[in-house]
Design a protein around this ligand. Structure first.
Ligand code: SAH
Length: 346
């Protein structure tokens, strides 16, 4: 299996260049080419013999797009292949203010949330920082962008995997993608979504990043949360909310709670009242999502009418809540759905 140039730091590229007997200044060119998603064959300002030496051992990006599916609303779902033939997915959503790319952080997931397709086959492995960055670079190139003319303005770590279960690589990814030498995407435009690894939320707060933290809450109490999210048995909802408050105090960034509405599970008046008790007085926002029903899990999304009714109740109670636009429903937009289909058919 070849290695990827994206895996190398600038210093390592410099060492590689000199080890081939080439001049050091090529390192900067190569680094730029890699950030722009250029294949080694496309790095034509390097001599042919130099490119051939590189090609014998390396690829540029460890991530390649093997499928892109366009939805009627402009959303594009991508299937990516990694160097070891594992497959992951990402979604590009187009908004008025720019393009948001949703990236995966792991191949599969071990959190086992009952409504989520990503964990159906468990965790295969963590992605490296270069692979997560590779997703962004591949899509930026697909859209005709470069590092000076970026076509991606926002990133959400909300694809397959639990980002805080792959903490070090994810944090390195965030630092790199937001750096000037790389794609320079502001940390304020990056959101990380977690099912609630309380210790890691506190660590993230202490590590001084300025990203938006999104917590997949999905229930107003431990009883319901235990039924749908196994992580809830490890960390109580009380500890989770405390860690969210800690994140807010440390970073000043408003925390977002995701609440996927599941018919007959978490969508009644009592749930709305309990949510109010849980979150009142805390500067947080609740994002309601109609559950994208996953056949294998036997859970059904609440109707649109119920979701809006629930939002009105939360607002009556003084909470800030919106209903998330569902995008790409027609193309298996929810976590892990496309990859699962691919795995089943291959
Ligand atoms: N592991 C992280 C990030 C990945 S999931 C997390 O749990 O937050 C991104 C979001 O999609 C989460 O809020 C997750 O709970 C939600 N999600 C997963 N499956 C879904 C489905 N079938 N319908 C609606 N939302 C879903």
């Amino acid at each position: 299996m070849k290695n990827s140039l994206l895996d190398l730091s600038f210093d390592e590229i410099e060492n590689l260049v000199t080890s081939y007997g080439e001049q050091k200044f090529h390192a900067k060119q190569i680094f730029n080419f890699v950030m722009n998603g250029k294949e080694i064959e496309e790095m034509t300002s390097l001599s042919k013999p130099f490119r051939e030496k590189l090609l014998a051992e390396y690829v540029s990006n460890p991530v390649s797009i093997i499928k892109d599916i366009k939805s009627a609303d402009g959303t594009i779902k991508f299937l990516f292949k990694l160097l070891d033939d594992n497959v992951i997915e990402g979604v590009l959503m187009k908004y008025k203010y720019g393009n948001t790319l949703c990236v995966s952080s792991q191949v599969g997931c071990r959190m086992g949330c009952k409504f989520c397709a990503s964990g159906l086959n468990g965790l295969v492995r963590n992605l490296t920082k270069a692979e997560i960055l590779g997703e962004v670079i591949a899509v930026n190139k697909f859209l005709g962008g470069s590092n000076e003319n970026r076509k991606i303005t926002n990133i959400v770590l909300m694809g397959s995997g639990e980002p805080l279960d792959n903490y070090d690589e994810v944090v390195e990814f965030i630092k790199t993608v937001s750096s000037k030498q790389s794609l320079n995407i502001s940390q304020r435009n990056i959101s990380l979504s977690t099912c609630g690894l309380v210790d890691k939320i506190k660590k993230l707060a202490d590590d001084g990043l300025s990203i938006t933290l999104t917590i997949s809450l999905h229930a107003p109490n431990d009883l319901i949360r235990n039924q749908i999210m196994p992580i809830s048995k490890k960390y109580s909802i009380k500890e989770l909310i405390e860690s969210a408050k800690y994140y807010f105090e440390k970073t000043g960034r408003r925390v977002v709670f995701e609440y996927a509405m599941i018919d007959g599970v978490n969508n009644n008046l009592d749930c709305a009242k309990q949510l109010k008790q849980l979150i009142k007085g805390f500067s947080a926002h609740i994002n309601l999502i109609p559950l994208n029903s996953v056949k294998e899990r036997g859970l059904v999304g609440a109707s649109k009418h119920q979701v809006y009714w629930f939002r009105d109740k939360l607002e009556e109670f003084g909470l800030s809540a919106t209903v998330r636009r569902t995008m790409g429903d027609d193309i298996d937009g929810a976590c892990g759905q496309l990859r699962n289909k691919y795995l089943k058919n291959s």
